[in-house]
Write a protein that binds this ligand. Structure first.
Ligand SMILES: [Zn+2]
Length: 445
C-alpha cells in the first residue's frame, strides 16, 4: 500500500475539506470491516500524507452515500471498487457519493490518498509527535460510532532517528525507496475508531513480560526517566485487572507511553500516560488513578465496548469503579471508600446544579463536568451499589460473566443487566430502572 504514496508535489485537490465541528454523528448505514492505512508523518509540521483503503459492507438498506467524520485533510484519487468516486467534505462530514446507490449487504472497497495537517489530535513531544483520541482527524473513519469496530492495519513511515508505536502488534518492517523504514502494525481484533493511534519520535522502549503478556514502556518526554520505577505499579495491576475481568490482557500485549503534561487516554493496545499526572500519583499513592483507569479500559471500553455513546457509562463507570476496587485491594477499604466519596461529591455537585440523569440517558450534557458526574462518577457508584446489593461473590461473578460474554463485541446497558441478573435470584430490574433507565424508563427483568 505504501508504494502508492507519492512523495512529489501533490496533484491539485479534488476537495479541500473545510474545518468544522465534529459532534455531528455520521450516518451509520454500513459496517466497516477493515481499515488499511499508510501514513508518512512529518514531525516538524505535525502534518502527514498517506493512503487508505476502507473495506465495508452496506447495511440493511441501500446507501446513496458513505459518510465519515468531518476532517481537514485533502482527499485525492478516491475510488470505489476501483472506479472513481466523488467526495464531498464539509463540517458535517466527509462523504463519498457513488454514481448509483449501493445495494443492501454489498461489500465495497474505498481507496484514496490523503494529505495535510490534522486539525486536532496530533500532539508534539520533544523530537516527536503522538496522536490522541481524534483518530478520524488524521485518517478517514467514524469517530462517533464506537459500535462499528474494525481491524486496523497501519503502515507508518518512520522518520530518521525515530521509532514508532502503532496499534496492535508490529508485524513487519519494510522500506521506502529512499531507505526509511515502514513499520506495519495491525490489531489482532476489531477496535472502535476513537482508539486508533500512533506515536513517532526518538523514544526508547523498555520491554518486560508479566503473566504471559508482553509489556512495553515508552518514554516520549524527552527527559531521562527510570521507566521501570515509574511504572512499577503496572505489573500488579495487570494481575488484578485480569483476575477481575476473568480474562487475560487482550491480545497478550500492552504498552504505556509516558508523555509530557496531564494526558490520560486509552488507545487500542496502549495508554498515554501524562508525566504530571503520574508524578502526582507517585507523590500520593493512595490517590493514584491514571495507571489503573487507563489500563482498565483494555477490558472495559476497548474489548467490551459501548454500542453507542448512550451507554458510555459502561466504559467510564467501569474504569472509575475499577480504580476504587484496585485501591481497596492495594491500600484497604478506606481507600475504596475515599475514591467513591470523590464520585459522590462530583455527583452531588451536579445534582445541586439541578442536573442528574439516569446512566443511559441519551440527551446532550450541558458540560463535560456534568457528563462525567453521571457517566464516570454515578456509573462507579451504581457498580458499588450493585456490589453491596448482590453480595461479593455474585457481583464479581456477574462482572466476569459480562466481560467474557461480550469480549470483542459491543454492549448496551441491557447486556450488562442480563449478565448480572444471571448471577443472582434478586430481581435487579428495580435497581436498573432507578439508576440506569430512569424510573419511567423501560427496564428488563
Ligand atoms: Zn476513561
Amino acid at each position: 500500500m505504501i508504494r502508492k504514496l507519492v512523495l512529489a508535489a501533490l496533484t491539485p485537490s479534488l476537495i479541500w475539506a473545510s474545518i468544522g465541528k465534529a459532534q455531528d454523528n455520521p450516518t451509520p448505514g454500513f459496517d466497516v470491516l477493515a481499515y488499511e492505512v499508510s501514513i508518512a508523518p512529518d514531525i516538524a509540521s505535525k502534518s502527514l500524507y498517506g493512503a487508505e483503503t476502507i473495506r465495508l459492507r452496506i447495511g440493511r438498506e441501500a446507501a446513496a452515500e458513505l459518510a465519515f467524520s468531518p476532517m481537514a485533510l485533502q482527499i485525492m484519487d478516491a475510488t470505489l471498487n476501483g472506479q472513481p468516486v466523488q467526495v464531498r467534505s464539509d463540517d458535517k462530514g466527509l462523504v463519498f457519493v457513488p454514481t448509483n446507490p449501493l445495494p443492501a449487504g454489498k461489500k465495497v472497497e474505498l481507496s484514496f490518498r490523503l494529505s495535510g495537517t490534522p486539525k486536532r489530535g496530533i500532539n508534539a513531544v520533544p523530537g516527536g509527535i503522538y496522536s490522541a483520541y481524534f483518530a478520524c482527524d488524521w485518517m478517514v473513519c467514524r469517530q462517533d460510532t464506537p459500535g462499528d469496530k474494525a481491524r486496523l492495519t497501519l503502515d507508518i513511515v518512520v522518520p530518521k532517528g525515530s521509532l514508532a508505536v502503532g496499534p496492535g502488534k508490529l508485524l513487519s518492517v519494510g522500506s521506502t525507496a529512499d531507505g526509511l523504514p515502514i513499520q506495519r502494525w495491525r490489531t489482532a481484533r476489531d477496535y472502535s475508531s476513537y482508539l486508533y493511534g500512533f506515536a513517532v519520535g526518538p523514544f526508547k522502549p523498555v520491554h518486560y513480560r508479566r503473566r504471559g503478556n508482553r509489556i512495553t514502556l515508552w518514554n516520549a518526554t524527552g527527559e531521562a526517566q527510570d521507566l521501570e520505577a515509574r511504572f512499577a505499579q503496572s505489573a500488579p495491576l495487570i494481575d488484578f485487572l485480569s483476575d477481575k475481568a476473568g480474562l487475560p490482557m487482550p491480545g497478550r500485549y500492552y504498552a504505556q507511553i509516558l508523555v509530557p503534561g496531564w494526558q490520560a487516554q486509552e488507545a487500542a493496545t496502549y495508554s498515554l500516560i501524562g508525566q504530571k499526572a503520574l508524578d502526582a500519583d507517585l507523590a500520593t499513592p493512595d490517590q493514584e488513578w491514571i495507571l489503573v483507569h487507563e489500563m482498565a479500559h483494555q477490558w472495559w471500553g476497548n474489548l467490551v465496548t459501548c454500542a453507542n455513546w448512550q451507554h458510555f457509562w459502561l466504559n467510564e463507570g467501569f474504569a472509575t469503579f475499577m480504580t476504587a476496587a484496585w485501591k481497596e485491594h492495594r491500600y484497604g477499604r478506606e481507600a475504596y471508600d475515599a475514591e467513591l466519596d470523590v464520585a459522590r461529591r462530583r455527583l452531588a455537585k451536579a445534582r445541586e446544579a439541578g442536573f442528574d440523569k439516569p446512566l443511559a440517558w441519551d440527551g446532550k450534557y450541558p458540560s463535560l463536568g456534568t457528563r462525567r458526574a453521571v457517566q464516570y462518577s454515578k456509573g462507579a457508584l451504581f457498580l458499588d451499589h450493585l456490589r453491596s446489593e448482590m453480595g461479593e461473590d455474585a457481583f464479581w461473578a456477574g462482572i466476569k460473566r459480562y466481560t467474557r460474554r461480550h469480549a470483542g463485541g459491543t454492549v448496551t446497558s441491557a447486556d450488562f443487566q442480563r449478565a448480572m441478573q444471571q448471577e443472582t435470584r434478586r430481581d435487579l430490574a428495580p435497581l436498573f430502572a432507578e439508576w440506569v433507565y430512569g424510573k419511567a424508563g423501560a427496564a428488563e427483568s
